[in-house]
Design a protein around this ligand. Structure first.
Ligand code: FAD
Length: 299
């Protein structure tokens, strides 16, 4: 048995827990790092082998977004996810999906619950995001109310079934926190696209837990070279736009002319793109500032 086959054997059907009652598990995988390399060599010819090793080739493909070789590998998962999270997940149209049917079977008797110390405030700046954690005393009340609500909706659902209501109608008041299960099959290229979007800090915390588990527990060991390139060129990379480049050039010129090393907020505002100057709030300027801080150019 090859090392890869052994690894696949260890990973298949292993349930990696996510949230309080969710999981992801690998059902099947077709391919490995070598499948990406093999497909790329058909395109580039045998001559490539002399100038680049497999790692170099995979990194080149990832850097230049030559995506089709990554489509040669496929992964199938079984996932258990709360329905609100699943609603975001299912927006990724490039997967094949079979979901548990609550018309055919009784809804899964489990809903995601929030511990008292895990309730988040609305983010002050990002309308789609969360801010800090709420005080635990407040969380205790919220978790208690959550438990009461979930118990009531479950009781109501069971009562409807007892009266002979059709499952497809009885389910309508179940909370979005109710867990669902699905088989989810996707090629490696589209899986990485999903992971890039859903492991990102802008994604909701809950789906980030799923994406991070899929990525780090399953994709990383199965495709170590692809994963390394993905982290370097997608996950931890940053895009420097034309506007950003011009800001950096103006900033460096200003610092050089004054013989200073590191820029201040005042320098940044002086060097910002002219189109941003009049705006009180400007997301593009904020993102540019963040990039300069990450690059160590701005205090
Ligand atoms: C942080 C975040 C916030 C979001 N907020 C919202 C929101 O407020 N409202 C909302 O409705 N959605 C929202 N979304 C969902 C988002 O707009 C996408 O629908 C979702 O991320 C799926 O991305 P995708 O289409 O690239 O992926 P996939 O569906 O997997 O597609 C992958 C790629 O295939 C190509 N493709 C697939 N299908 C087609 C097609 N029919 N035509 C052309 N090209 C196609 C595209 O290049 C696409 O990028 C949000 C997503 C994120 C990550």
């Amino acid at each position: 048995m090859t090392e890869q086959a052994e690894l696949v054997g260890e990973l298949r059907w292993k349930k990696f827990p996510v949230l309080d009652d969710g999981f992801v598990c690998l059902v099947d995988v077709m391919g490995e790092d070598q499948s990406v390399v093999q497909a790329a060599r058909v395109s580039y010819g045998k001559g490539t082998r002399r100038v680049s090793d497999d790692r170099g080739l995979i990194r080149y493909l990832m850097r230049h977004r030559h995506s089709t070789p990554f489509e040669m590998a496929e992964l199938k998962f079984l996932v258990r996810v709360p329905m609100d999270c699943w609603r975001q997940w299912i927006r990724h149209r490039t997967a094949n999906v079979n979901e548990y049917s609550t018309r055919y079977s009784e809804a899964i008797d489990s809903a995601q619950t929030t511990p008292p110390d895990q309730w988040r405030t609305q983010a002050a700046t990002n309308r789609q995001g969360s801010g800090d954690l709420l005080p635990t005393e407040v969380g205790e009340t919220l978790s208690k109310r959550e438990a009461e609500l979930q118990a009531l909706t479950r009781e109501t659902y069971a009562e409807r079934l007892t009266h002979g209501v059709a499952r497809e109608q009885a389910r309508k008041d179940l909370p979005l926190a109710t867990y669902t299960e699905a088989y989810w099959k996707i090629d490696l290229h589209n899986l990485l696209h999903f992971l890039a979007l859903r492991m990102d800090a802008h994604a909701q915390w809950e789906i980030r837990q799923y994406a991070t588990t899929l990525g780090e527990q399953i994709v990383q060991p199965l495709f170590p070279l692809v994963w390394e390139a993905f982290v370097d060129y997608r996950l931890q990379a940053m895009a420097i736009s034309r506007l950003d480049q011009e800001v950096i050039a103006r900033l460096m010129a200003r610092l050089a002319s004054e013989g200073r090393g590191r820029a201040t907020e005042e320098d940044f505002l002086a060097a910002q793109d002219p189109a941003w100057t009049e705006l009180t709030r400007c997301r593009e300027r904020d993102e540019c500032r963040d990039k300069l801080v990450r690059l160590g150019l701005l205090q």
